[in-house]
Design a protein around this ligand. Structure first.
Ligand code: NDP
Length: 248
């Protein structure tokens, strides 16, 4: 296992679920963390807990990844000792609704596309040039099984995650000849706030999603993210699909 002690890891969507679990795993491994999300108070709570538990240094950025001008201005002005990001975990994402396309809400589509696709692109465009210039780094995209396998009502969400899959594959080609690594982690069902966000805060409907099977936990995913990030420098794990045993 390669050490990531003192490496700088930028995690988007760190205020809950998979992103927060990644923050814990990377903090325990000795990394310094740039934590990005819109809910600053959640990031502050997490940073305080990581400081107490592991002595972790954090930089908190309250940012909507879909807000291009703010992403560009914030990430181009990182403090000098935080600017050389070693690992980028593009995790911020969401699903809205499970409607048939012809009954769907355009606003929901825009939110998913702006966050899952454009947000990932904006953050990557800001961070990746430094990695290429330094000839070191690792971009880890959190995709989804939805990018491989469509399901009823998945339409726009599935399309955004298929875009993440395709972008990861294309980036692998763009990065040939550099030492920068690129990985996609594509989970099946994970129990986080994701379902509640999908159903616009309807907790009962969200909980029903997990009935009858044991879903993955955010920690199951973070464990694999850290595994990919700590392989020897010549090893690139292109794609990992993680599924609950009971999910088809
Ligand atoms: P959560 O809802 O728990 O976490 C989503 C995170 O994304 C939050 O921290 C949220 O923070 C952040 N986020 C959402 N929109 C934005 C935005 N515009 N700008 C910045 N941050 C944003 O869900 P998960 O942890 O489950 O989801 C993480 C990733 O995993 C997503 O990309 C999701 O698509 C993917 N995934 C999830 C699966 C599941 O079953 N849970 C399965 C497969 C993939 P805040 O609201 O504070 O901005």
């Amino acid at each position: 296992m390669a050490s990531i002690q003192n490496q700088i890891v930028l995690i988007t969507g760190a205020s809950s679920g998979i992103g927060a679990a990644c923050a814990h795993f990377f903090a325990e491994a000795g990394a310094r963390l740039i934590l990005v999300a819109r809910r600053l108070e959640r990031l502050e709570e997490l940073a305080a807990a990581l400081k107490t538990q592991f002595g972790t240094e954090t930089l908190l950025l309250q940012l909507d990844v879909g807000d291009r001008p703010r992403v560009e201005s914030t990430l181009s002005a990182l403090p000098k000792d935080w600017a050389a990001v070693d690992i980028l975990v593009n995790n911020a994402g969401l699903s809205r609704g499970l409607d048939k396309l012809h009954e769907g809400q355009v606003q929901d589509w825009e939110e998913m596309i702006d966050t899952n696709v454009k947000g990932l692109l904006y953050v990557t465009r800001a961070i990746l040039p430094g990695m290429v210039q330094r000839d070191r780094g690792h971009v880890i995209n959190i995709g989804s099984i939805a990018g491989h396998q469509p399901y009823p009502g998945g339409n726009v969400y599935c399309a955004t995650k298929a875009a993440v899959k395709s972008l990861t594959e294309c980036l692998k080609l763009d990065l040939l000849g550099t030492a920068v690594r690129i990985t996609s982690i594509d989970p099946g069902m994970v129990e986080t706030e994701f379902s509640e966000v999908r159903f616009h805060g309807d907790g009962d409907r969200a909980r029903k999603v997990y009935q009858g099977l044991t879903p993955l936990t955010a920690e199951d995913i973070a464990d694999v993210v850290l595994y990919c990030a700590t392989r020897p420098a010549h090893v690139n794990i292109n794609d990992v699909i993680l599924m609950p045993v009971a999910q088809a």
